[in-house]
Design a protein around this ligand. Structure first.
Ligand SMILES: [Zn+2]
Length: 389
């Protein structure tokens, strides 16, 4: 057993209101003790107990590790040309996914695994200590199962997204593809996944198809999450609440009924501002959700097509600038909100018993994540009680 004291913390975000100011449970002049993988003590630096080793935070801020609850990292290839064309005036369409499907199918296991490792390391260096990732660029039984097996070698938060788009191989018979996704493909994929997801959108899957796909996954023991209401209004958000999905992701186009459903249910609204940024789309209305008490998570949606960023600090800055979230709300949504979207209670906060996942910022306050956008702010990242960056 090893204990580590992190002391002289100028401003500590605990996300436990019982420990400090406001919803972030902010403690000034704080200290933390890590014991093996967990936090064993939190309080004022002047009262900190002795430990085997000590780290001097030198007045800087400490925050919980980011929980990125939505990414698509099992892919190969590149869509620079598509991004360049879009930024030159062409609209984003769901079909661009097919380009990545072809490249992913052609890639070796080693290439795909190296890609996942590369982007997870990139994210870790930016303070992300919990990472969800998905399949969805294979779209055959073998390629989807392979993607999930590879993802499961890198993270516990693995999502089966065979229903990303209708496979190009089934373009003339979408019903047969839904049958595959809910049958043979699900059987091959379920052992590697915790979650089942569907892109419920015009050009992808409609409400009835999405319900069938999610229910089939749930019958196999997977929990639901939904790509909902990204490009257009649609049934995705209300379906997510109806099925008690952990999260409805995107939530860019919401009716009053969608907002009411989220406010009354247990489904987190996960906002992905990197996607709006990278497609020049209109921003989700975070204020409308927050003001009626919906739990909001922020995530990167890291994928090669519509949001090729692994940076939670960048998403925080966008959320504050363009989605009118306060810096405190954005920080909470990127940590505790992400944990809620993954139904995790061990991460996203820093109180006694929490997993010792934290970041020391090169700044006196978490507000600097939005105040100084694009500036490297991550000084140290600790994961499971061990310094990782
Ligand atoms: Zn996505």
């Amino acid at each position: 057993m090893t204990t580590t004291l992190i002391t002289n913390i100028g401003s500590l975000v605990t996300n436990d209101p019982a420990l400090g100011e406001g919803p972030l449970g902010l403690v000034r002049n704080a200290a933390l003790v890590l014991e093996d993988e967990k936090v064993s003590w939190v309080g004022p630096a002047t009262a900190a107990p002795a430990a085997d080793q000590a780290v001097d935070a030198a007045g800087r801020a400490v925050i919980p590790g980011f929980v990125d609850s939505h990414s698509h990292l099992v892919f190969a290839g590149d869509r620079t040309a598509e991004f360049n064309a879009r930024m030159s005036g062409q609209p984003y369409k769901a079909g661009g996914i097919r380009t990545t499907v072809a490249a992913t199918r052609a890639a070796s296991d080693a290439e795909l695994s190296a890609n996942v490792a590369k982007y997870m390391w990139e994210a870790l260096r930016q303070g992300t200590t919990t990472f969800e990732t998905k399949s969805g660029y294979g779209l055959t039984v073998e390629d989807e199962a392979r993607a999930l097996r590879i993802a499961s070698e890198h993270t516990d938060e693995v999502t089966y997204l065979g229903a990303h788009i209708v496979s190009p191989d089934y373009a003339d018979d979408p019903a047969a593809y839904v049958k595959l996704v809910t049958g043979e493909m699900l059987d091959a994929c379920a052992p590697y996944a915790r979650w089942v997801d569907v892109f419920c959108e015009k050009g992808a899957f409609d409400g009835d198809q999405a319900r069938a796909i999610l229910k089939a996954g749930m019958a196999k023991g997977l929990q639901a999450r939904v790509h909902a209401n990204q490009l257009t209004y649609g049934p995705g958000v209300q379906l997510a609440v109806e099925l008690d999905a952990a999260s409805a992701d995107h939530c860019t186009h919401l009716t009053n009924a969608d907002i009411d459903a989220l406010a009354q249910g247990n489904t987190v609204a996960t906002l992905l501002p990197g996607a709006e940024f990278s497609t020049r789309a209109e921003w989700p209305d975070a204020r409308r959700l927050l003001d009626v008490g919906v739990t909001v998570a922020l995530s990167t949606d890291c994928n090669p097509g519509s949001s090729f960023t692994s940076s939670m600090p960048f998403c925080i800055a966008l959320a504050v600038r363009d989605m009118l979230m306060t810096p405190d709300e954005a920080l909470w949504s990127a940590t505790a909100g992400g944990a809620a979207a993954l139904r995790r209670t061990d991460v996203g906060h820093l109180n006694v018993g929490a997993r010792a996942d934290l970041t020391i910022l090169d700044a006196p306050s978490h507000v600097h994540l939005a105040y100084r956008p694009g500036v490297p702010m991550i000084a140290e990242v600790w994961r499971k009680g061990v310094r990782a960056v």
